[in-house]
Write a protein of this length. Structure first.
Length: 198
């Protein structure tokens, strides 16, 4: 029987990320309730976002009860910046921002970029940590375009769309193809396989 709702906490200080996640959760038939919780997490400097995500999850484990998850995301300019800013995305956004990234690129003809997201979940009913990953490929826009979204959205053009940046899409359009939604849909599939028991 699956008729009791149960809480799951998304530990994040980023309201935009929470809004995207709750928008995806809303439209799915799952019997868990999603809540945002802000807690001080520790972000280590590792060379991949999965390690950052797992460390971040464990850094709050003692401060919360029940099931909870964190998400770590990064923007990678594969050509010509060899993956920069990647694991440094947060710091780079705060320091040089989108304009700074564009200033590092001389030739926009053959750029390649991607967003990656890793969700790390502590799932109390199984006492297990599980990760879900998502990636979206695209290129870098020559100019900063669009009013929606956040972070690097105004300079990322996903391959699946002709020439719009993520920031030129509505949240629900971004949610159809984003790195975050790919990871989250795997997470939701997992929750459906593990519904709250009566
Ligand atoms: P948390 O509290 O959840 O850690 P955060 O803002 O620190 O929030 P991340 O470390 O996951 O988030 O992301 C690093 C940076 O990458 C973030 O500050 C954004 O600038 C950028 N970013 C992440 N997801 C993005 C997205 O979907 N679109 C654009 N930029 C994104």
């Amino acid at each position: 029987m699956v008729n009791k709702s149960h809480n799951i906490y998304f530990i994040t200080g980023n309201k935009n990320k929470f809004d995207e996640v709750s928008n995806i959760f809303l439209n799915k038939d799952i019997n868990y309730e999603l809540y945002q919780k802000e807690l001080q997490t520790v972000e280590i400097q590792a060379n991949n976002i999965k390690d950052v995500a797992l460390f971040k999850l464990n850094s709050v484990k003692e401060k919360i009860e029940g099931s909870f998850f964190i998400e770590d995301a990064g923007f990678f300019v594969d050509i010509p910046l060899n993956g920069f800013p990647g694991v440094y995305s947060s710091y780079v956004m705060k320091t040089i921002g989108n304009e700074g990234i564009l200033n590092l690129i001389n030739d926009f003809k053959n750029t390649k970029a991607h967003f990656s997201a890793v969700i790390a979940l502590y799932f109390q009913p199984l006492d297990e940590i599980i990760t879900f990953e998502g990636e979206v490929k695209g290129k870098v826009s020559e100019t900063i375009r669009g009013e929606h979204g956040f972070g690097f959205d105004p300079i990322f053009i996903p391959d699946k769309l002709s020439n719009n940046t993520f920031a030129e899409l509505s949240m629900s359009e971004k949610n159809k193809i984003s790195h975050r939604s790919i990871a989250l849909n795997k997470f939701i599939k997992f929750l459906k396989k593990n519904p709250v028991k009566k």
